[in-house]
Design a protein around this ligand. Structure first.
Ligand code: DX5
Ligand code: ZN
Length: 219
């Protein structure tokens, strides 16, 4: 089973409800919400308020990617707002294991994220305690960046580690995913694909953006 998670970072926020509904009608599985604080990454985006807005628009799982300092201080607000999946970065977080447990104790699913510069081994100790691993295929901060092809090998290594210690966890990829690279990433072991530009900025519209990704996964 492959999951497509539509990142609203490239959506038209003047028409957010309509854009999310179009993505849902086209068959995306999850909605991905990129939370940035201007410290962990250079950009500032959205907070629990937008998660709560999305929750009123759709019943699809809300996949919240926290690119913030001290994520442990905000877990509860995001889950109260309706987050189903909450992912935190391994970089710069002092007690990742505890934060993952806090997320799970609130009936949400917990994910661990690695930046392109972080080796696969960095997540080995917490791997058994996660529901999802997110391998960044761009440096976090902005949508519309180019996929870093060297990450395919890292996806394979992480998949190998997961087979041993956590075979049921989801392996998600995020950054520059498009119809040209999605099959290679799936072959390397990913089963959940985040896309912003390829869905919301597709020249033929959102439905075509979703279809063109899905088509590559069916071949
Ligand atoms: C990047 C975000 C991504 C981003 C993906 O920091 O985590 O989710 O929105 O955008 P595209 O698909 O355009 O690379
Ligand atoms: Zn993201």
């Amino acid at each position: 089973m492959y999951y497509l998670s539509a990142s609203i970072l490239s959506a038209d926020f003047a028409n957010l409800a309509d854009q999310i509904r179009q993505a849902e009608d086209a068959g995306v599985d999850w909605i991905h919400i990129d939370v940035m604080d201007g410290h962990f990454v250079p950009n500032i985006t959205m907070g629990p308020f937008i998660v709560e807005t999305c929750r009123r628009i759709t019943s699809l799982p809300l996949d919240v990617h926290l690119m913030i300092e001290k994520p442990e201080n905000h877990i509860q607000s995001f889950i109260n707002a309706g987050a189903n999946w909450v992912s935190i970065h391994i970089e710069g977080n002092s007690n990742v294991h505890r934060t993952l447990q806090v997320i799970q104790s609130q009936d949400a699913k917990a994910g661990i994220v690695l930046n392109p510069g972080t080796p696969a081994q960095a997540i080995e100790a917490v791997l058994p305690f996660t529901d999802l691993v997110l391998v960044m295929t761009v440096n976090p901060g902005f949508s519309g960046q180019s996929f870093i092809p060297q990450m395919v090998e890292k996806i394979s290594s992480i998949k190998k580690m997961m087979r041993k210690t956590n075979p049921d966890a989801i392996l998600q990829v995020d950054g520059g995913i498009n119809p040209q690279n999605i099959s290679a990433v799936a072959q390397a072991g990913a089963n959940c694909f985040v896309a912003a530009t390829a869905i919301f900025k597709h020249p033929q519209g959102i439905a075509e953006g979703v279809n063109s990704l899905r088509k590559q996964l069916q071949q």
